[in-house]
Design a protein around this ligand. Structure first.
Ligand code: NDP
Length: 314
């Protein structure tokens, strides 16, 4: 298991008069698009996306610079990635590394993907052979946090690399905590998300039970949210996404299921005994296959609704 170092909260203020630093950003998805927008307000920011239309839209909206090939990223100082999984990060890294030459200035790679800790160690090691430091800096706060620059970032990697990345990270993250060496950020993120999933499933089971017994779900939730059984899932996710039947697909069920899988891998490397995490893994895998990987993560509760033969609404 990865050894987590003592938490050290970062308290450095963003300084708009930093010396000119060139930033690269790969992956203008639901999270990456607004994050790169915040970066572009403070730094010269070069952007690349698999589907090129998003890059032209970003350049129009935020004044970022369009990059047509990944090989060009050797010319930035700090490079961000925000992709679905570590597999895609490794794919793009191969092309970026292929483009490096003696004039390259790339020194720090910050991956905001909710990635895999063990695979990250391999990536970090191959980057270090080119003099590039790696930080895993996954995020919490969703697309709303990305738009409002209020994300929480959990960072794994060296203190020195984080110091260099901090002014850029602070353009979109309101809370940045170094949780240990490379891989520790991903590990904390995976555990965080499995806890979120367990809370979501728990309130889902509770409410489907109450509903099928004829109890008003809105009244029940009002009580729970003023009592100690409340959680982010009961206070925000269920009222705003499930009871409204909106299920806005801002964080896909497939991505949450992937995060739970990473948590299970890390549990397997630890001495912990985690029956609840293993159960959550099976339940969310079933929800992903039956409800759909591209649905919002809260749509997992539709599986409970199907089993109970009811629909959660007020
Ligand atoms: P999206 O699906 O919205 O975006 C994924 C991005 O990755 C897109 O830019 C997509 O390009 C790109 N991409 C996908 N496959 C490839 C590939 N093979 N090669 C190159 N680029 C590729 O995902 P999110 O922005 O929602 O999530 C990104 C990461 O952030 C994930 O790890 C997720 O778990 C994490 N996360 C997401 C949160 C959320 O609320 N959405 C919250 C916190 C973390 P294209 O435009 O061409 O499809």
């Amino acid at each position: 298991m990865l050894e987590l170092m003592t938490n050290s909260e970062i308290n450095v203020e963003f300084n708009a008069t930093q010396p000119a630093v060139k930033i690269g950003f790969i992956g203008l998805g639901a999270m990456g698009f607004p994050m790169a927008g915040h970066l572009a307000q403070h730094f010269e920011t070069w952007v690349w996306n698999r589907t090129p239309i998003k890059v032209t839209e970003h350049a129009k909206m935020h004044g970022s610079t369009v990059v047509s090939t990944l090989e060009e990223f050797g010319q930035v100082d700090l490079l961000f990635t925000c992709l679905p999984t570590t597999t895609e990060v490794i794919e793009v890294a191969a092309q970026v590394l292929h483009g490096l030459n003696q004039d390259s200035r790339l020194k720090t790679w910050i991956d905001c993907t909710s990635g895999h800790p063990q695979e990250a160690l391999l990536l970090a090691s191959s980057l270090s052979q080119h003099g590039i430091s790696f930080l895993d800096a996954p995020l919490s706060g969703g697309t709303v946090g990305a738009h409002n620059a209020k994300l929480t970032s959990m960072v794994g990697g060296s203190e020195l690399a984080l110091e260099q990345a901090l002014p850029a990270l602070k353009t979109f993250a309101a809370k940045i905590v170094r949780v240990g060496d490379v891989g520790a950020g991903y590990t904390v993120k995976a555990i965080h998300n499995v806890v979120l999933a367990i809370n979501l499933w728990g309130i889902g089971e509770g409410l489907t039970t109450l509903s099928s017994l004829g109890v008003d779900v809105g009244a029940a939730l009002e009580v729970i949210n003023h009592a100690n059984g409340r959680s982010f899932a009961s206070e925000k996710l269920v009222p705003e996404r499930v009871l409204t039947r909106a299920f806005p697909a801002t964080f896909k069920l497939g991505l949450l299921s992937k995060d739970i899988g990473i948590a299970v891998d890390m549990v397997g490397r630890s001495s912990a005994s985690t029956p609840m995490i293993l159960l959550a893994h099976s339940l969310f895998k079933a929800a992903k296959s039956q409800i759909g990987a591209d649905q919002d993560h809260t749509a997992a509760l539709k599986l409970l609704e199907q089993w109970a033969g009811i629909e959660l609404k007020t």
